[in-house]
Structures are given as C-alpha cells and as structure tokens.
Design a protein. Sequence first.
Lengths: 241, 502
Amino acid sequence: MTVRNPRLRSGPVPLARAGTALSAAGLGVLALVLVTSWLRPSGDGSARPVLDLGDALRAAPDCPEPLVAEGERPPVDEVRVDVALVVSSPELVRCPRSYDGRSVAYEGEVVGAVLDRRDEAWFQVNDDPYAARDAGPLPSSGRFAGLNTGIGVLAPIEARDDVASVGGPGRRGAIVHVEGTFHRVDPRTHEVGIIRADRLRVVDAGGSMEGSSDPRLPVVALATAALAGLLVVLERRGTRR
Amino acid sequence: MTVLFRPGFRDLAAIGVLTGRVLVVVGLVMLVPAALGMVWDEHDAAAGMAIGACTALIPGLLAQRYLPLRGDVTWTQGMVVSALAWLVAPFAGAVALFLSGHYGQFLDAYFDAMSGFTTTGLAVISDLDHLPDTVNLWRHLMQFLGGQGLLLTVLSLFSGGGAIVGMYAGEAREDKILPHVRRTARFIWRASATYAVVGITALVAALLLAGLPAGRAAFHAVVLFFAAFDTGGYSPLSSSVISYHSAAVEAVLVVLMLAGSVSFAVHYRLWTGQPGELVRNLEARVLAIVMGAFFVFIAFGFVADQVHGSVVELLRRGGFQLVSAQTTTGLSNVPTRLFSTSWGVVAPAGIVMAMTIGGMSGATAGGIKALRVGLVAKVIAAAVRRALLPADAEVVQTYHHGQRQVLRLQVARAATVVLLLYLALYLFGTLVALFYGYPLDEALFESTASASSAGFSIGIVSGTMPAGIQIAYILQMWVARLEFIAAFALVGFVWSMLRSPR
C-alpha cells in the first residue's frame, strides 16, 4: 500500500519523470567525463600503465638467499668477495632480508629534497619508469607507468654539491648511480630500507621539464569562470530584490 | 502492509538546493589552489583547478537560483543530502585531478577524490613526485574539507533549513557539543584553526631541522597538517613520512594524529577546563586499552619475527605505525610493502586490528569507533553479570560519554548493528580482492584499510588495479564515511522514487 505524504502539496514524482531525470543526470556525468578526457593533457594514448604491479602480489616472491641467515653472525675467517648487485627498489622492498648488508648498485632520479645531516645527506632516489632518461616524468613524457617507487640513500655530504637538480613540480631531478650497502635497518640512524652510499655519481644533470602549455585549458577556464560569475551576479540581484 | 512515502517535487527541490550548497562550498575552496597556481607559475594546473571549481559552482548556483526551498526540511531529506553530497563532491574534485594529466582514467581520479574527501588516503595517482603543487594542495584540501565535514562546512556558511540536524547526523556526527548545531560547527572550526596554527608552526620547525628549504618546509607543513589532523594520510611525496628521515617530524605528526582522532566533544571539555573527561570518557579508556594491547602485540611480533631489535626502532616504527593505524590516518614511516615482506605475521595483524577499531566517534578518524567497541564490551559484560546473578536481579550498565549515561537497549542495539555492518563491509572488500586472485592476507589488509579509511596499502591499490576492486573500495569508503544510515536512506529514497505506483 502506498500512502501519500500529507505534507507534500505537489504530489509524488511520476515514474516516467523520475526515470528521465536520473537518465539525464547520468548523461550529464558521462558528458562531463568525455569533455574532461578531451581537455586533459594528451598522453601516449594508453589509459592504463604498462607495468602490472598487481602480478607481483599474486605471485609468491622469489627472493635470493640472504647473505647471512637471520640471527647468525657472519663468518670472520672467510674471505668474501662482495660483488655489488644491481638492484631495483621493488626488489629491495620485496626481499629486504635477502639484500640486507649486501653491496648494491642502484640508479635513479633524485626527487623531493636533499636533506643535509652534518657530514652526510639524504637523497630520495626513484628508479621508476619516470626516472628513465629516455622517457622522463609523466608531465613531459605523457607515459603512464604507475606509482613512484624509490629508496632512501644516505651519502657523504660532498655528494650534494654534484646534484644540481632535484625532481619535483616542473623539474627533472638528476639521475644518479649509487654504489653502497643496503640495510634493512641501518644500525646508526635506525632508518628502514636504505642504501648507505660509498659512491654517488651523477649520470644526468636533470633540469626544467620540457612541455608546452595546452591553449584549450585557459580558454575553457575563462569561459566557465565567466558563466559562474554571471550566475553569481544574477543570484545577488535576485537576493537584493 | 508496507508504507512507503513516494518522494515529491518538493523533496527533490530541497535535496537539489542543499546539495547545490555543498557544490558551491567545494567550488569556492577549489578557487584557493587555482589562485595560488597562478602565483606559482603553474598555469595549466591553475586552469584545470579553475575548470574544476566552475564545474562545482555552476550547478550549485543554478540550484540556488531555480530550485525552491520552502518550509522545513525533513530528516529524510537531510539524510539523502548527506549521502548525495559525499558522492557529488568527489566528482567535482575529480575533475581538477583528472585535468592534471596524472590519471589514466576518470575512475582513477574519482577514486583519489573519494579517498581524499573520506580521509582514507589510498592513492592511484601516477608520478606523484612530479605533481604540480597546485594539484597537490587540492589533494590535501579535500582531506581537510572531508575531515572537518562537508555538511558541517555548509552549515557554518549557509543559514536556514530544518535539515540541519538530519544533515549533521547523516554525516555520522552525533555529538551536539553545544545546544545549537551551528554553534557546534563554529566551535569545531575554532578548535581546528588553533590546532592549525600550533601544528603548522611545529611542523615548519621540524622540517627546517630535517634539512628542507624554507619554502618547501612551509608547503609541506601545511599539507602534512591536513593529512595528520584530519587523519587523511595523503603525503606530498610518494615515500610518505620516510622522505624526511626525521624523528622530530614524526613526533609532531603523532601528536596531530592523536588530536585529530579525539572527538570534538572531548576537545570542548578540555578547552573548557575539564581535563578529567579524558580519564572518565569511555572512548578514551577503550583507546588507551587497545593501543596498549596492540603495542605489546606489535612489540612481540617484532621480537618473534626478528623485525626490529632495539627500543628506539620499536618506538619509532611500531609506535608511529600503530598511532597511524589506530587513528586511521595512513601516514607511514616505513615502506608499507614491508608489512608483508619484512614484518612477519604478528605485527601486521596488530596494525589490522588497530585499523579495524579506529578512533573516536565525532572525530575525523574512521573505523568501527572506540565508542561502539566500548558499548558492545559493556553489553557482553552485562550479559555475563546477568548470567551470574540471581534471576530476578536487575543489571544496569552505565558509561561515561560526556556525562554519566545508562546503557539503554536502543543504544546497545545500534552499536552492535553498526559494528556488524562494518565487519560485513570489511568482508565484502576482501571477497572482491580474492575474486581477482589476490592472497587472503593482503586482500583482508587492503579491504580493512579502505573501509576503515586508514589508507595503508601493501600494493593492491595502484594505477593497475582492476576496475572492479576500485569500484568496491569506492563504495566502501563512501558507505563507511556515512556510517551506513545515510547511504541506506539514499538507496531507499531512489527505490521509492522508481517504484511503480500500486
């Protein structure tokens, strides 16, 4: 049984009108999505990043054997030649115990800020596809490649003088090659998952990002702002009356 | 006999006007980063932000001008507005995000906008580290708006309408700190502004000490304040709090996260010289007990799984992550992928349990809420006492929440129902991720992080995540922010509108 709300004078909305209104709202949303898709900076056409990081979660991690088993002391009378392993940040984060205490070689873009700490300096070095020298950051390359990934690097303070550019809004950071020791937990600073660098060498100086402004954006912005301004004026005139 | 009121034109008009006000507020706030973008020479980003602002302002202003709002607004209308506002506002916010060029699909931008407004903190943005400051500021302003309360902001700025109480409650705020809801809203703003001044100043000092240049320190301090106090969890950099390598920064953030997870009703009592409320309040007691228990749990896990051996590491990593999880903030001072690759099983379980419970009701935090956990615990305690006492004994359970109150059946039932609904919501997200082939422990973790608005991610949430999981998490964030009732009200409203008349 349907009971009309006695407080409503205009009566219930007919089903056809309700359906039409909802459909119109849906079409409006779709139209807005299409317009913004046309307006936004054009990329390489792929709507989704190339790398499927989700596969890494579904598959069981295949980590190399740790240098020293957990809880054991490293053998003191053995001669060990510790060759620097070329690593990536996803490997280090996926298998931190396997790389703990090992010499590693790592390359990526310096982003964020270089933080001075007395005789050392912190660098955040990303090795994601946006750090690649042939592609670069998303705003200039237009290539979607997922989230940023990187590792904190603690290097001698002298290294900061070689890094002229730090990646951020409108800037490509210097690409650096780092050789040092990976620590799951650094014994001195207690920082987690870092590389204590013996050597940091700048491979690419970085600089301002290239890319031209899209002329459509300011035109549409001005047009919509004018319409919004007109509505404000009309609203104020209506309120005054 | 089923009695259902069919919505009429007056209902739709009232809902349209009030939702339009929400859009106007969102649009006005978006003008702030748009203006700053021009100052910072980020012209494309500023233009995108301006377009986003107008996308919100134009329909909002049209609704104010052409839709009539006559007479009192009903409780149902207020509830429907709450639910609709939390769907529509992220849509407007997503337009500016999508125009930045850092999102592959509009759904990705909508996901991040919903995550921002609901102060969850999960993100699928591509190349955050090269994002213009204009857009980065908007990401954090969404957390601020959402944490303070969309409807609360509207109530503070617009006058009139009997929907005040319905809208306020629909946004899952039940504390009437002061007799009039609008005065309550203004107190919340005053308290937040005070915390902002103190918190941002402290953060600037800590970030300068950490080595950040002055200009960057100021920007990071402002956005980190929004992330911490509004328990949002977005960070200006992809590596979150790890980027700063600073115990001082982490300490300030811990204080802000805790302050944000304390209900504004408790803040009011502290402000008016009643510090005893922190000791007597049921929620404060529950939080103290669970956080203590979870800290021991995490410490045991660290030792048993050989994660961290020193007290410093335990306090800094375990303590910070526990506070971030319990307050459902989601800021992290370790790579969160380490939860599954390096933290063993016990410590991450402690993090999940902390996220599940969450913070206080009437605060910016998410989760089931300490109040409901406390009330259900009291219900269980009363049942046990009843079983042990003579049959004709009367058991009266009381609790302190602002004042001493008797635990009534209606309150107990409501707390239990919402708790069960939260558990069902966590299960829903877990099942969706399992369907897509993710392992159980990671599916459960990510679902809990999404539904409790904690925002930790161990890898499922990314730019490559399947659209089905994205939509499921969006629904989780939306429903959880409203604490179910307003969402059910909207569904019922639409159903009654589309139902054929008999």
